[in-house]
Ligand binder design. Structure first.
Ligand code: CA
Ligand code: CA
Ligand code: CA
Length: 215
């Protein structure tokens, strides 16, 4: 099972590794992440247990920042909004999607105008359902607004109401808070809906070209 976790798409069986004694044991049928021991052996562990972690980045002086201020060429610039966007077709829960965008130097996208909604529609068109792998609903993506049922209003992750942000076009019947749907998303149509935060969905990151990730 572990060998199928597609972090970079390389199966563990292709990577030199040594399991710690008794591992992997998938304790309580709930160990889907890997830890490293001081002697270099690995084991499987529950992903919710906080641990120190190590990041890796190649020291490559030939790496050039693109117009979006990143080496990640999956970000594309919308000349009208002046922002850059990346459509993530690998689905994540809302909190994971939020963290992923932050790690890329961006944030879960916020639609600020009808023109920007247009660009979101274009992003969907470039990412048809057939391009995404896995059993999840492929006609929606998470965006940067939510209502944790705490403040009773939908706010962007930059703390503005949708109206103040500039775009508040809900799809017919939405938000319907069907099953504790506190997180914001968008249909291929560009219209908004509320989604269950623990469900995995595609998501869209937005990034200002000026925010350099590797400063
Ligand atoms: Ca284990
Ligand atoms: Ca925006
Ligand atoms: Ca809904």
């Amino acid at each position: 099972m572990l060998s199928k976790i597609p972090l970079k798409g390389v199966p563990l069986s292709d990577i030199s590794h040594k399991w710690a004694p008794g591992e992997p044991n998938n304790l309580n049928d709930d160990e889907n992440c890997v830890y490293l021991t001081p002697n270099g052996a690995i084991g499987d562990i529950n992903c919710w247990i906080p641990k120190p972690y190590v990041c890796y980045k190649k020291n490559d002086e030939n790496q050039v920042l693109n117009e979006c201020g990143t080496t990640d060429n999956a970000y594309s610039m919308d000349e009208i909004s002046g922002s850059c966007y990346k459509f993530h077709g690998t689905p994540r829960t809302y909190s994971r999607a939020f963290m992923t965008c932050a790690a890329e130097g961006g944030y879960l996208s916020i639609i600020n105008s009808e023109a920007e909604a247009n660009y979101i529609r274009k992003l969907f068109a470039r990412n048809p359902a057939s391009s995404m792998i896995g059993p999840f609903y492929k006609d929606v993506a998470y965006l940067g607004f939510n209502d944790w049922s705490e403040h009773g209003d939908w706010l962007t992750i930059h703390d503005e109401t949708l109206e103040k942000a500039g775009y508040a076009k809900w799809s017919t019947g939405e938000p319907n808070n069907k099953t504790n749907e506190f997180c914001g998303g968008v249909y291929r149509s560009g219209l908004l809906l509320d989604l269950h935060c623990d469900s995995v969905h595609a998501f869209i990151c937005e990034k200002s070209p000026g925010s350099l990730l590797w400063d």
